[in-house]
Design a protein around this ligand. Sequence first.
Ligand SMILES: Cc1ncc(COP(=O)(O)O)c(C=O)c1O
Length: 424
Amino acid sequence: MSPTPAVLDGPALWSAQAHIPSVLGRQLVIERGEGSFLHTTDGRRLFDGTAGLWHANIGHSHPALAAAAHAQMLKLETYHIFGRFANDQALGLAERLAGLSPITDPKVILNSGGSDAIDVACKLARRHWQREGRHSKTIILSREHAYHGLHAYGTSIAGLDFNREGYGTESLVPDTARVPVHDVDALTATIAELGAENIAAIVTEPIQGTGGVNPPAPGYLETLQQLCRKHDILFILDEVITGFGRTGTMFAAERFGLQPDLVTFAKGVTSGYAPLGGVLVAPRIWQPFYRGDAATPIFRHGATYAGHATACAVAVANLDVLDGDNLLHRVTELEQLLDSRLKQLAARRPSVTDVRVAGFLGGVTLTEDIKAERAADALIELGFISRPLRGNTLQLSPPFITTDDELTAFVDAIDHVLSEEETR
Ligand SMILES: Cc1ncc(COP(=O)(O)O)c(C=O)c1O
């Protein structure tokens, strides 16, 4: 028998999604941010080429958001929104979001982040059909390579199999199934096989993020929506990455002309200045819960920090910055620049097999002999943060305040790293 390996000595903090032996001793500890840059405790200054986990859209350490949090905490840190209680900030933010929503006349459920939002959307989809008396409609469909966070539902519908596996059953929450990424025929076949009478909803990111920056095949999302309507399946659009401007429109639903039944959001709603997420809900789903009679059902969901007043005040300040600084327009300019720079990169570097850009969101896929993990590490040494994604792909999704020169320097750094790797 081989001896049990020694337990490694590390900090008390258990890092997220980390292979601990690969991480210990080389952690990058961020202590300060300014605009598109970060500073580590060991004195590095790094360009945030991913906007953290696609969240820091307005850049780091913005004084207006700090001021909003400070002012709100001095007034009221928060108060819950259960039953007859509410707080003025949650009410105000929900009205503002309803006005921006791609769904007409939505209700807004607030919570603490993207995984939360996915849990709520999937629960509500199932609740909807139970309330309608269509009891067999319980299955949630998702797409291969999808990432919808890692709470119970996000884990269960994960299209990145390694996130779903290891819990003893096919999915943590029962009744889930996956379909290929862009394949309408396969989706149609799955619906026929499982039976539309058993399917509650389909969840999809408009542009897959963590799965490798995969924009939809032309017409795919529109057809998916049509199939949902035809088969009475709810259409849940996960806009946790794309919401609040990442694709140049407030929501990607606008870019692709979609009218989903439920939209999940998080990250960009506060640009990460406070943990906040939520779900936009279409009238056909919320109206039965708003009827005027005593038999009206209750949606049994909520959490202490749902509609957290300080988080909501920060979100409003963030939306003001997006609007006041015309950042959605800036995203459309940055998309064009990123697209042209990455196409040039692909033409120059034999190690690049594909580049994909949709909004200010780019993926650079590398040949198998050059590992995206290694390239990302080499980029850190040059002062740039990228991230290896599924499919040996590098992620580029900097803050919306990135200058043309900074973006060009980022792509040049990738070029440099790849040219070094190619000659190794
Ligand atoms: C599309 C998508 N959905 C959901 C989530 C989960 O969000 P959170 O990490 O805030 O729980 C993420 C996070 O990256 C995401 O990219």
